[in-house]
Design a protein around this ligand. Structure first.
Ligand code: UDP
Length: 499
């Protein structure tokens, strides 16, 4: 990478998120954190992705933060993608992922043009690992590129170990546990639980992209991680060891969701719809329950349960005999499932005690309410961290990607959760073939374990609360994540003045 000769007083970072909620949301938080540290920020994305965070950024701009959002048209028709599909969660089928990545690749040329016109000249690009061309663009323009990969250091270490050792390749059975070698803890996993590149299912695409992603990561100056050192110190060290050999740096700057400090920011984070005061209703509903009594169940922005599996989840929540919020993602055979909700009398039976949110829920706002007692999660890393910030125990139901590694971290290492007993990755598009994998009593049992003061529930809750306190300290002035942002900025400043 060519170094920059000119000294500039104020840094200017260009941020390029990947278009999927689990990637977009935390990188927008990181952009805002940097702007709060007086870095000029240019976020580059497509129009429909910009809508997801516009209101928050507009308020930031009004309050004087140096942020702008620039939009590039997404080339849907050139890539044979339906109109309106500008993010992974809006794709009608994952078979279109190839077209989506092609469209993303076509953004390189308009991005280069835009980059050349930016004033002052940017000093750094922070881009998602999936924006593969950003590494070449950064080296073409002689600016460092920092990569955001959305994983924890623990998951990153598991993936690195599997990639290097290839231990899984000599395990014959899909369901036979084996040890992930070379990690600070003894982590056992099965082949059926591995993430995309090692367990691609029908989507061999993941295997191909993994290689390209590794290549692109190697060209990065450093990695920014949504985590905090006190949470996974041994694994931060692991990550530093493995990236150091490639001459890269690692900065843990999270939990980044804390940058949404007022209720409006929390309510609108990643939000698609204009607020019509639904949030107020949710908060009032939560106010009506006692402290730490409500189960919040949400399985992220991408997971798709077949109707019979949804039914088991609903019945599990009902049989827990506790108040609950259940976020039901629309889109996948939702008509069939809606019919069941009404016809079987479920909605009527749980009326008052169960709040059903269809579509998008203001997750961080809900989790920050004192009535939330536990979070039933698919173990996406953002959701995991948001649960940790809320100080509540987790009921874990991993489904795909690196979620089984995250479950190990939650249940075995941090000991702040109990699993429902999910055994294998459900490949997207193959849900029907897998059928019902988790039964209602498994769900009720796991909820009981974290909610009952006996059976270790109290200890689990105490550990969760302790972690939440450590998370808060990490982002406060002088905390480890705060200091890591300072170090990152100093590094980039030094690069700018070194001939
Ligand atoms: N999220 C939300 N409301 C929803 C679903 C998801 O706010 O109804 C947010 C959640 O807070 C998190 C992100 O979307 O920040 C999901 O990321 P995660 O890594 O947990 O899972 P993914 O959706 O990528 O599987």
């Amino acid at each position: 990478m060519a170094t920059q000769v000119k000294t500039q007083k104020k840094l200017h970072f260009v941020i390029i998120p990947f278009m999927a909620q689990g990637h977009l949301i935390p990188l927008i938080d990181i952009a805002r954190l940097l702007a709060k540290r007086n870095v000029t920020i240019t976020i580059v994305t497509t129009p429909l992705n910009a809508i997801r965070f516009n209101s928050i950024i507009d308020r930031d701009i009004e309050s004087g933060l140096p942020i702008q959002v620039l939009r590039l048209q997404f080339p849907n028709s050139d890539a044979e993608l339906p109109d309106g599909c500008e993010s992974i969660d809006t794709l009608p089928s994952l078979s279109l992922l190839k077209n989506f990545m092609h469209a993303l690749g076509l953004l390189r040329q308009p991005f280069e043009q835009l980059f050349q016109e930016l004033k002052p000249r940017p000093n750094c690009i922070v881009s998602d690992k999936n924006v593969l061309w950003s590494v070449d663009v950064a080296s073409k323009f002689g600016v460092p590129r920092i990569v955001f990969d959305g994983l924890s250091c623990f998951a990153g270490s598991c993936i690195h170990s599997l990639h290097v050792s290839k231990v899984h390749e000599s395990v014959v059975s899909e369901s036979e546990p084996f040890v992930v070698p070379g990690l600070p803890d003894r982590i056992e996993i099965t082949r059926a639980q591995l993430s995309g590149a090692f367990n691609p299912g029908p989507h061999h695409f993941f295997k191909l992209t993994r290689e390209k992603v590794i290549e692109a990561e190697e060209g990065a100056y450093g990695v920014v991680v949504n985590s905090f050192e006190e949470l996974e110190l041994e694994y931060v060290k692991e990550c530093k060891k493995t990236t150091k050999t490639a001459g890269k740096k690692v900065w843990c700057v999270g939990p980044v969701s804390f940058c949404n400090d007022d209720d409006l920011d929390k309510a609108q984070r990643g939000n698609l719809k204009a607020s019509n005061n639904e949030e107020e209703y949710y908060l009032k509903w939560l106010d009506s329950w006692g402290p730490r009594s409500v189960i919040y169940a949400c399985l992220g922005s991408l997971s798709r349960l077949i109707p019979p599996q949804q039914v088991e989840l609903g019945l599990g929540l009902e049989e827990s005999k506790r108040p609950f919020i259940w976020v039901i993602r629309g889109g996948y055979k939702s008509e069939e499932f809606e019919k069941w909700l009404k016809k079987d009398g479920f909605e009527e039976r749980v009326k008052g005690r169960g709040l059903l949110i269809r579509g998008w829920a203001p997750q961080v706002l809900i989790l920050s309410h004192p009535s939330i007692g536990a979070f039933l999660t698919h173990c996406g890393w953002n959701s995991t961290l948001e649960g940790i910030c809320a100080g509540v125990p987790l009921v874990t139901w991993p489904m795909f990607a690196e979620q089984f590694y995250n479950e190990k971290f939650i249940v075995q290492i941090s000991k702040i959760g109990v699993g429902v007993g999910a055994q294998k990755v459900v490949h997207n598009g193959d849900e029907q073939k897998f059928g019902v994998l988790v039964k209602r009593d498994q769900i009720t049992e796991a909820i009981d374990k974290v909610m009952d003061a006996e059976n270790d529930g109290e200890e689990t809750r105490k550990r969760a609360q302790k972690l939440a306190e450590a998370a808060k300290r990490a982002v406060q002035e002088g905390g480890s994540s705060y200091v890591n942002i300072t170090l990152l900025l100093e590094d980039i400043k030094n690069l700018c003045v070194t001939p």
